[in-house]
Design a protein around this ligand. Structure first.
Ligand code: 2IT
Length: 444
């Protein structure tokens, strides 16, 4: 593989798509060695075929707001790779959404889904719709208009969307209602559904729970116990919520959350009804964390990120590239043991290089946060069987899956000096599964 040449070609075809090019470079860099040991990969141009999405749909989403004014957004679905199963991945509704972001997320999803051990390909979609300040009725009309286009391209055995930033149970409900009406079918075409119409227990908690199962194993592998450790979390949405619940249950103390307005430092720990309060904050749709400080007498630090707080474990739970080189230097100086991305591509390449250079445990999003999509996979399984499992059945499977992912990372990421490069391990394990599937299925 000629990495630089491949990147140049990709850059020429997709100019300025920074997040997408960043995600591709990271994967190619870490798989280069194993790729070159398999001449059959080069011969079948696996790398070139893997970095290009199978197809992309973009569509207009017109809707009417509460004042009767017509609004327009753009909708997207990127179907990236379905060599090992139907396209699978979330929908993101956020004003920052563009093709670069959705292609990076779709690309990451291929390897993440491969790691889950379940048969799911990679896809992602969404819209530049901004849910901030919107009423329920506006969100419903937007979701209905969005599905009016999307429904043609998805299906329980072809492409199964779910939630991501800005898309939770409420949005999935509206999307599902419109799909059911248009397709005249009740199927597992979306995951993250409410329990009454085919959703799975534990799915709302799964991303955060899975992340903590993974972090616990990272720590144990290095001879540490999670009990009594302090944790910095960024974000305050669904992913942060699940992570805080499980970290607290495991005996760790979470001392921060954050929003676009700044971060909260709560030295007493975010537990009990403070965790429930996060759901209330989210439900206001104002996208701020400052009210937490007034409610519980904690410290609010405006316009700053939580990575300056001295903790044992750092968990980015907000969005891509939220932790940069400067943050990484703070984290290293503070003697932090472990950084695990619960958000997708939470750390910049500079931050990751610093962690690896300083031998700090670093878990990449595609391994750490895979419990979310894995439990979506379990929701698909239950839908296909027309039954539902109890919470412990789902949770046990989730724990087993996270443990399998950890094992794959160690297998392919352990260095001769004993340091585990989880980024390399996750990328190589995910890649090998997909590459072998592509190879076996010919040039298609
Ligand atoms: O980034 C992710 O893995 C998700 N947003 C969840 C995707 C899914 O299909 O459950």
């Amino acid at each position: 593989m000629n990495l630089e040449k491949l990147m140049q070609q990709l850059e020429a075809k997709h100019p300025g798509e920074q997040e997408y090019l960043q995600a591709v470079r990271e994967v190619l860099m870490t798989i280069e060695e194993v790729y070159n040991e398999h001449p059959e990969f080069e011969k079948a141009k696996i790398a070139e075929r893997l970095v290009e999405p199978d197809r992309i749909f973009t569509f207009k989403v017109p809707w009417v707001d509460d004042r009767g004014e017509v609004q327009l957004n753009i909708g997207y679905r990127v179907q990236f790779n379905n060599a090992i199963g139907p396209y699978k991945g979330g929908l993101r509704f956020h004003p920052s959404v563009n093709l670069s972001i959705l292609k990076f997320l779709g690309f990451e999803q291929i390897f993440k889904n491969a790691l889950t051990t379940l048969p799911m390909g990679g896809g992602k979609g969404g819209s530049d719709f901004n849910p901030r300040g919107k009423s329920d009725a506006e969100v419903m009309r937007f979701c209905q208009s969005f599905m009016l286009e999307l429904w043609r391209h998805i299906g329980a055995d072809t492409d199964v969307p779910a939630g991501d930033i800005g898309v939770g149970g409420r949005e999935i409900g509206y999307l599902y209602g419109m799909y059911r009406k248009l397709a005249q079918m009740n199927t597992g075409v979306l995951t993250g559904k409410n329990l009454e119409f085919g959703g799975s227990l534990i799915r709302p908690e799964a991303t955060g729970f899975g992340a903590l199962y993974f972090v616990k194993q990272m720590l144990e592998t290095a001879g540490h116990d999670i009990k009594g450790k302090t944790v910095a979390v960024s974000g305050f949405g669904n992913v942060a919520w699940g992570a805080i619940i499980k970290a607290t249950e495991m005996g760790a103390k979470v001392v921060t959350i954050s929003g676009p307005d700044g971060y909260i430092y709560d030295e007493n720990g975010i537990s009990g009804k403070k965790i429930d309060y996060l759901l209330e904050l989210r439900a206001t749709c104002n996208d701020v964390v400052a009210p937490y400080a007034e409610e519980f007498g904690a410290q609010f630090v405006p316009n700053r990120k939580p990575w300056e707080v001295k903790v044992d474990i750092a968990l980015p739970c907000a969005t891509q590239n939220e932790l940069n080189g400067e943050d990484a230097r703070n984290i290293i100086n503070n003697g932090t043991l472990c950084v695990a991305e619960v958000s997708n591509m939470g750390c910049t390449p500079e931050a990751i290089d610093l962690f690896i250079e300083h031998k700090i445990m670093y878990g990449p999003g595609k391994a750490v946060n895979a419990g979310g999509v894995a439990t979506s996979g379990l929701e698909m399984t239950q839908n296909a069987m027309h039954l539902s499992w109890g919470a412990s059945e789902v949770d046990n499977r989730l724990q087993q899956i996270m443990s399998d992912i950890h094992e794959q990372c160690v297998k392919y990421g352990k260095q001769p000096d004993g340091y585990i490069n989880y980024m390399k391990g996750a990328n190589v394990a995910g890649f090998l599964k997909v590459a072998k599937a592509m190879l076996a299925q010919g040039i298609v």
